[in-house]
Design a protein around this ligand. Structure first.
Ligand SMILES: C[S@@+](CC[C@H](N)C(=O)[O-])C[C@H]1O[C@@H](n2cnc3c(N)ncnc32)[C@H](O)[C@@H]1O
Length: 308
């Protein structure tokens, strides 16, 4: 059993899986093989809450983060390459509506901005939007009038955020960041010969609400492409989704599926039912014990490998 210390990501992401990190750490720790399993891959990284906690606890040697959202990828690239300068800028920043609007405008044409400015802009929009969504369509926390008991800087404790950025920067030699499509990344991993060393934690946009919650959502074709990549991948993986019947019935009809309840990070008053789907080669012994608090039960306890 690993320690229960939880590192809090500087990015605040709707649907983040921080509550599951102890369970994920235990899951990672019990994987064995001819080669040591060393890499934690998040092909849909967002706030990368699990990856950063696992790195911080030394539960994994390396974490690889992939995100299709250019702002999010630029933020992580900047934390890794230029963390002290970013932290210093954050420490000097007091969010205003003018700054918020400038940052949001930068997200419209991300290719025109340099990576540092884009990463900073994504961070400001993330911390100062109620939703946490990094998109030009996001709205400022508290609205434009600051009504409703929320203020724009209500989640902007500059010195604490700067410390979190410095802390991730301190782990940079064990972090790899890639801007791009997580599904293509998984497909390429399958051909790379590195699959044995990797456990992928796959946390894509939800099927039901994903396109509302993220700037980079996924359509039915995207969910199917992901299923095709995972169902044929030699890597070990665990995937989390909302409890849509299509997950167990159509996308992963042969894989083990576990249902569990989790407090929704976008709306903490709500407990949401989710599914975890497992690759056949992932060792899930003892899995239900740490998940007991999450009211977990198998939807399908045994894989049904395809007939040859
Ligand atoms: C559910 S969030 C991940 C939350 C994350 N586990 C955390 O702890 O914050 C999904 C993320 O996937 C990203 N995304 C959507 N489509 C993608 C794709 N095709 N490839 C890579 N990332 C994608 C979104 O930008 C978003 O950051």
């Amino acid at each position: 059993m690993t320690s229960s210390r939880r590192y809090v990501s500087p990015l605040r992401y709707p649907g983040g899986k921080a509550a599951m990190t102890s369970w994920l750490a235990d899951l990672f720790a019990q994987q064995t093989g001819d080669l040591p399993v060393e890499v934690w891959l998040e092909p849909f990284a967002g706030g990368a809450g699990a990856a950063l906690t696992l790195l911080d606890r030394d539960a994994v040697n390396e974490a690889w983060l992939v995100d299709a959202n250019p702002g999010i990828a630029a933020f992580w690239h900047t934390v890794v390459d230029d963390g002290p300068a970013l932290a210093a800028l954050v420490e000097q920043t007091t969010p205003t509506l003018t700054l918020y609007d400038e940052c949001r405008a930068l997200l419209v044409n991300p290719d025109d901005a340099d990576r540092f400015r884009l990463g900073f802009a994504a961070f400001i929009v993330n911390r100062c939007s109620r939703s946490g969504i990094v998109a030009p369509t996001s709205g400022p926390m508290g609205g434009r009038s600051g009504a409703g008991g929320w203020s724009l800087d209500g989640r902007f404790n500059a010195s604490a955020l700067a410390d979190r950025i410095r802390h991730v920067h301190g782990m940079r030699s064990r972090l790899r960041v890639h801007h791009g499509d997580g599904i293509s990344y998984l497909e390429e991993l399958a051909d790379s010969g590195l699959s044995d060393e990797v456990v992928a934690f796959v946390d894509p946009p939800y099927i039901r609400e994903g396109n509302r919650l993220y700037a980079n959502g996924m359509d039915a074709g995207g969910h199917q492409r992901l299923a095709d990549a995972l169902n044929t991948s030699p890597a070990r993986w665990v995937l989390t989704y909302d409890d849509e019947p299509v997950v167990a019935n159509r996308l992963y009809p042969e894989r083990r599926v576990l249902g569990y309840d989790i407090r929704n990070t976008a709306n903490r008053a709500r407990v949401a039912r989710e599914y975890a789907v497992f690759s056949d080669n992932l060792d899930v012994r003892g899995l239900s014990t740490p998940l007991r608090g999450l009211n977990a039960e198998w939807v399908r306890a045994a894989a049904r490998p395809r007939a040859a």
